[in-house]
Design a protein around this ligand. Sequence first.
Ligand code: T4K
Length: 369
Amino acid sequence: MTPEEKEILVTRASMPSYEEFIEEIKPIWETAWMTNMGEFHDKLKDELKDYLNVQNLLLFVNGHMALEMALQAMNLTGEVITTPFSFASTTHAIIRNNLTPVFCDIREDDYTIDVDKIESLITDKTSAILPVHVYGNVCDVEKIQQIAKKHNLKVIYDAAHAFGVEVNGKGIGTYGDASMFSFHATKVFNTIEGGAIAFHDPSLEVLLNYLKNFGITGKESVEYIGGNAKMNEFQAAMGICNLRHVGDNIELRRQITERYRERLSGISGIRLIPPKEGIKQNYAYFPVVFDGFSQTRDEVYELLASHRIFARKYFYPLITDFECYRERFADVCLPVAKKAANNVLTLPLYAQLSLEEVDRICDIIISGK
Ligand code: T4K
């Protein structure tokens, strides 16, 4: 197959070798213990607490259920301030908890919540803020904390993209009351499907454990209306294997990101999100903004697709423009988020992407053909 014939997707899941995974899961054939918080689950939980540099962490079947259950456990009411420049999960989790999302605009430099616009959205019904560390870009965590403290609000971060990110040596999951990580196949670290909640108040652990197992509290008692959101042993085993290699994979992602930056910076009409001081990045995504470039974002997307290179418009459309929400949120007007949704393209990025492939992608974008 020539390089031109090869299909390049926006990402490719990281996997251990077949032999490594098979070796890891062998004991399951002796115990037949496949789910409900087994040995693999507990081992991965401990390893991830270390890796993510957090005190309290629980594993879930996926990131979305983790987020839904974190909101449920906080016993929130009324309104939750969030952003629509995200994956469907963020707003769905609010609405599926019978809460009302109130949408805040984002910052043009990194697409995280615009902290200067949060306070004007707070009402006597607001109970929480749910900001998104989108693409692994860190929200203004200090300012959000100040606002939350002043107005007595909970802060739950959607940290789906922020695995392993640190702020001045502190794990990103230590900020706010809770942070949700996604371990989906498309993420920097995966457990096939999976997720976790890191949380501040250790007393939440008992409740979250009940909620993810139907609210069952004893052999003959069910005290909460929970769901089923347990991570199974095969997922956890995949995580244990992947965690051994995640450092190497992040280093490869760094090299790819650097190459994209070298090739695409300084080009008129192309804007890249600059890295920030004091942040340990995870290089989860490579978003590029086309604003005043010779081609629009959609034209670049089509051009790449004609070469069998499938970049993605994360996140277009805005959540507020989804069919299921557009009538309800027709009055929401967030110009920065709207512009981002129309102009951003996330380019292919995964550990096995070669620098030659990165060059080819950049050549196509720059040449326009
Ligand atoms: N909050 C945010 C901000 C999120 O981005 C997400 C998930 C969540 C919450 C919820 O977390 P989870 O409940 O998912 O843990 C993907 C993922 O399914 C989703 O997890 C992710 N965000 C979102 C940004 O991307 P799609 O619809 O773009 O996935 P798909 O199937 O088109 O896959 C993209 C590419 O990944 C493929 O072209 C190839 C590669 N891939 C995909 C799969 C499924 C693999 O290499 N292996 C695979 O198994 O949503």
